[in-house]
Design a protein around this ligand. Structure first.
Ligand code: NAP
Length: 248
């Protein structure tokens, strides 16, 4: 039997990059997948079709992860459509890089709202349903930058470190109800987000990675699949690095 058959999943920010790979991987193991996007409507429609072509239910939802009311509406809608919600992948994220000296309050707040507050918004919106089910796996997308810090990314690092603290706290609060919560900390993964980095930075990162290359979106998605499935039934409160050994 497929690892996620009979399970319903929500992946935020899945129109592109890592989120897209996660949505496809969860569906490949039988999960019905609802996912969000903000501006990439065409890519989202194409992904919805692709998921349906895999024989699962799929639903593309335009929903700003930073908006708490939108998160409530989103989760209610998914539960009405699918009947339950067992897997939540809080993946939506952005960067607004700059040295602290030049970082505006808007750049700081935008990153915190979309990367960190969104995790609270969606998790809180789903909490009542998860508690009723006494079953759920929440997977939050952090980053090695949240563990180590990174010059020029004080806002991003703060948001990703916040996700780790949030995930561990949720694991402690909800473990007794059979609800697990873990974080994934990717290193350098080749997506549109990292394509924006200057080539010198990319080269120096590559040289510092023991496996001598960036990771693929599928390599992150495989770890999310593991955390979503019962293969990880005794794992909660952890941060799993998917970084080719970068922080080792
Ligand atoms: P990406 O290619 O830029 O894709 C970001 C996704 O998030 C898109 O689907 C985008 O939707 C969505 N999104 C952005 N703002 C949103 C909002 N307010 N509400 C809902 N959706 C929103 O990024 P990625 O590289 O795949 O990164 C995915 C996650 O992994 C992020 O949390 C990122 O911080 C984390 N991460 C990435 C790397 C890496 O090397 N790439 C490393 C560590 C951690 P639209 O297409 O509609 O804009």
């Amino acid at each position: 039997m497929a690892l996620l058959s009979g399970k319903n999943a929500l992946v935020t920010g899945a129109s592109r990059g890592i989120g897209r790979a996660i949505a496809l991987r969860l569906a490949s193991e039988g999960a019905n997948v609802a996912f969000t996007y903000l501006s990439s409507a065409e890519k989202a429609a194409a992904l919805e079709d692709e998921l349906k072509g895999m024989g699962v239910k799929a639903k593309a939802c335009k929903s700003d992860a930073a908006d708490a009311t939108a998160a409530d509406v989103l989760v209610k809608d998914i539960i009405e459509t699918f009947g339950s919600l067992e897997v939540i992948v809080n993946n939506a994220g952005i960067t607004r890089d700059g040295l602290l000296m030049r970082m505006t309050p808007e750049q700081f707040d935008e990153v915190i709202d979309i990367n960190l507050k969104s995790v609270y918004n969606v998790t809180k919106a789903a909490l009542r349903q998860l508690l009723k089910q006494k079953n759920g796996s929440i997977i939050n997308m952090s980053s090695v930058v949240g563990v180590k810090g990174n010059a020029g990314q004080a806002n991003y690092a703060a948001s990703k470190a916040g996700i780790i603290g949030f995930s561990k706290s949720v694991a402690l609060e909800l473990g007794s109800r059979n609800i697990r919560c873990n974080a994934v900390a990717p290193g350098f993964i080749e997506t549109e987000m990292t394509a924006a980095l200057d080539p010198a930075t990319v080269k120096s990162w590559g040289e510092a990675i023991p496996l001598r290359r960036g990771g693929t979106t599928d390599e992150v998605a495989n770890v999310v699949l593991f955390l979503a499935s019962d293969l990880s039934s005794y794992i909660t409160g952890q941060v799993i690095h998917v970084d080719g050994g970068m922080l080792t």
